[in-house]
Design a protein. Sequence first.
Length: 146
Amino acid sequence: MKIFSVLFVVLLFTSTYSWENDFEVASQKAKLENKLMLLNFSGSDWCGPCIRLRKLVFESRVFISYADSNLVLINADFPRLKKNKLSREQQKKNDQIADKYNPKGIFPYTALLDADGKIIRIWEGNPDLSPEQFTSQLKAAVDARK
């Protein structure tokens, strides 16, 4: 069991799994790698459903394994605590993305997008799905595009 834990940690840190915070960079990466984008709006230090979604789904082995090879991940975070304050430039970028994709200010709000930013599927709030169920919904949406 200990070997599996060590192996998982090694795989986790050697994967390309990471959340981008610049939409334009993510879009270019998605075009270059022929992937879809998953955009997540979160309040990382105040939104309980956001924190649960991140911990239960986005940090799960099942999701990471799928996302690593199929998606470009983007996080538009809106923290409230002073210690987590974003740079003015990052806040402006997040506000612009929110104006376009999340004008109602729903948290969490997750959108599957093509590389040009066209919405394919959305999840408003925490969908209360297991990592396997959420990943299955992603797979179905991605497969429907092929």
